[in-house]
Every structure is written in C-alpha cells, then in structure tokens.
Design a protein around this ligand. Structure first.
Ligand SMILES: *Cc1c(COP(=O)(O)O)cnc(C)c1O
Length: 405
C-alpha cells in the first residue's frame, strides 16, 4: 500500500477507535416520514421546515422549469448558465427582503465562502461568533484578513474585541442569524448597534430563519422589524425552508455587481439548475402566502421544547424549529438515538466536530409536515428513556451538558 493510503487508513482507524467514524445511511425524506435503512420511520431530522419539499406544487414547478428550459444550467452564470428562471428568482428574493438586488449561488456553503472571501481584504478584520457555521469559518480561512472569534452571542466581548483590535481597513461582524446546532437567535438588534459604532459591516447567515420567521417569512430581520441596510449583507438558503437547493445573497445593487466579478465560488461554478430555481420560486411564494405553515411549525416546536424540558432534560433556550437536547456524553447520545430508532423515530445525534466536546446532543428539527400526534409520540419515548436510564445518570449527563452556559 502506498504512503497516502496507509495514512488514510490510520486516520480512519483512529476515528473508529474513538467511535467517531461516520458513514452514509440510505435515507429518503417524504414529509414527516422517512425511509431510513429500509425502514419507514417518523423523523425529526430534516431542514424542510415548512414541509414544502414533498409538496406537489413545488415538485411540479421543478418539473415545469426543467421541461421549459433544460436539466442543467450548462455553464457558469457568466458564460451560458444565466437562464430566465434564475433571473426571476433573484428579483423575487430581492423584493421579498426589501433589498436592491440578490445573487444566487449553488449552495449556502458556496455563498458563504464566496461572499466572505470576496469582501474581506488583508487589511480588514473579521469578528466571528464562536458557534458560526463551518462554511463561515471556512470563508474566513480563505481570506488573508485577521479573524477574531468572539464568545457566542456575547456582545460585551464583541464590543471589547472591536475596540481592542487594530484595523486599518474594514471591520466585518459575521454571524449565523439562527444558530444551526443551538437553535437560538443572535441578538441582532443590539449586535447591529455595536457593529455600527465601529462602522463594521454585518454579514448575517439566515439559513434557518428564511421562510420560518417574519410575517412574510423573509426571515430573522423581518421578524425583528429591521430593514436591510447598506451595512448589512444577508445570506439565505434555498435548501432548507425553501425546499430546493442553492442559496443567495441579498443587499445593495453595487454589492451584487461586485460579487458577480469577485466571488470565486460564483464565477467558477455552474449556475443553479432550472429545476432547483423553479422549485425555490414556487416554495418562496408559498412560504410568503401560507403563513399557517410558519405558525404551525413554530407552535409545534414550542410544545416539543416545553414537553422535553418538563421531563427533566436540558433543552437549550430558543424559539425556532431547532430543538437541541444536550446530553453531553458521546456514548449516551448514540445510545439514546438508537433507542429512538428502535421505537420507529429517527432523532439524529450530533457530536464533535459539529458541536464542542462534551456537548453532544439530540437535535430535533420540527417541520410543518409534523402533527401534534407526532410530537406526542416522540415525547412518550423521551419519557420511556427517562424510566430506563438511571436517574442518576440522567442528572449527571444534564449537568455536564449544561456547563457551557
Ligand atoms: C445549512 C447551512 C449552510 C449551508 O447551506 P447549504 O445550502 O446546505 O450548503 C450555511 N449556513 C448555515 C447556518 C447553515 O445551517
């Protein structure tokens, strides 16, 4: 075996030894049900928050766009891939957010690395929340700017770092609007206040807020009544509540013109396929007009959060569709997830590197495709687990898991 292979083998063996080797399972989500490893289960595992990915209107829109135009975009947007479906989608996204313009990327990952690396120059400083999504972290790594990490949602810490860090260029504050593993919302109103004192531009990744929050579903900023301004760059995904694939940036026209010229993950990547753009357009329209979907998923999430907490588990504070139950220990969280699966419910366990060491958790995502009876069913299993697990162990694991805050 060559050197590379033996190195790879060593690394896989190491992951296996510490119980962290990951592998793919066959899965197919259809609403609140899912085929998982050949079994039909109830699940709390998808980001399809409004239940639109399985909606026949959205799937039909994908089909129609595909038949009207073509299956793939055939090239980079700057060469041949700028089909009409994308142009219409961008206009609709911009007006939804009250922004001058928007630009679609092929994924949220591509949008974050493309935007951050295009905007931040070597003389700039980026201030980044410690729990930001991996794509933001990678975007920061691709710049030659100084990157300063502030404690999660800690605005005093952010303020101090902004004051203490010398910067000869532009300051940026980058944050998830809704944190993907914790489900809490960044203190955006006050954060903008702090950022503005230092003339910093705020980049907000609203992957989990778009479609779910706000009267029109335009996301976290809309829900807080904060208009998109020239010192805010909003990034949203088409792959979560909007049921398709891809992502976008919304902001000033001049910003979008610049990204078209400078965002490498935009320039050197094929445009989003017509089917995805068509599906996203339809889902966005439905998301805007069927407010009951947002109301339903948020109220089911609140019932679930309160119910699990009442049973004595540590549920992180939040008001979104993401309900994290912190268990702490890696072995315990896997055992719990297996227990749920045996009962016919798939509840994914999240472990490092997705969360910090010692903070393993079950992460339940509620969708508008769930019903009250589904919530009751999973709550009953949490109750059963509590009976089975020694109370001692439940308590210590909770205390351990709760150390961070
Ligand atoms: C999911 C997610 C992304 C990545 O989006 P994709 O479209 O899946 O690439 C980016 N940021 C956050 C906060 C996310 O949760």
């Amino acid at each position: 075996m060559n050197q590379l292979e033996s190195r790879i083998q060593r690394e896989l063996a190491r992951l296996r030894e510490i119980g962290r080797e990951r592998s793919l399972s066959s899965s197919l989500v259809q609403g609140a049900r899912m085929r998982f490893e050949g079994r039909e289960v109830l699940h709390f595992a998808s980001n399809d928050y409004l239940g639109l990915s399985f909606d026949s209107r959205v799937r039909e829109a994908a089909q129609i766009a595909s038949m009207r135009y073509c299956a793939g975009a055939t090239g980079s947007r700057l060469i041949s891939g700028n089909h009409p479906e994308l142009v219409m989608l961008e206009a609709e996204l911009a007006s939804w957010h009250g922004a001058e313009a928007s630009l679609v990327f092929s994924s949220g990952y591509a949008a974050n690395i493309g935007v951050i690396s295009a905007l931040a120059q070597p003389e700039d400083v980026i201030f980044s929340d410690e729990l930001n999504h991996a794509s933001i972290i990678d975007g920061c790594r691709m710049t030659r700017s100084k990157v300063v990490v502030y404690r999660h949602a800690d605005l005093e810490h952010l303020y101090r770092l902004l004051r203490e860090t010398r910067c000869q260029g532009q300051r940026f504050v980058v944050t998830d609007a809704v944190f993907s593993m914790d489900g809490d919302i960044a203190p955006i109103g006050d954060l903008l206040g702090v950022a503005r004192r230092f003339e910093a531009v705020t980049v907000l990744d609203d992957a989990h807020g778009v479609g779910v929050l706000g009267t029109k579903g335009a996301g976290t900023l809309e829900s807080l009544g904060i208009p998109v301004a020239d010192d805010i760059v909003v990034i949203g995904t088409l792959s979560k509540a909007l049921a398709a694939q891809g992502a976008y940036v919304a902001g000033r026209r001049i910003l979008i013109d610049y990204l078209v010229n400078r965002a490498r993950s935009f320039i050197f990547s094929t445009g989003l396929a017509p089917s995805c753009a068509g599906a996203a357009r339809k889902a966005r329209k439905i998301a805007e007009h069927e407010a009951w979907r947002r109301e339903k998923v948020l109220s089911l999430s609140a019932v679930l959060r309160a119910g699990i907490r009442k049973l004595g588990y540590l549920v992180l504070d939040g008001s979104t569709t993401i309900v994290p139950v912190v268990v702490g220990d890696e072995h315990n969280v896997m055992e719990m997830s297996d227990f749920f699966l045996k009962k016919g419910v798939y509840v994914p366990a999240v472990r490092p590197p997705s969360v910090p060491e010692g903070q393993c958790r079950l992460r339940l995502c509620v969708t508008a495709a769930h019903e009250t009876s589904d919530i009751e069913r999973v709550l009953a299993i949490f109750g059963e687990w509590k009976q089975i697990a020694h109370n001692d162990y439940l308590v210590t694991s909770l205390v351990k898991g709760g150390e961070r805050r």
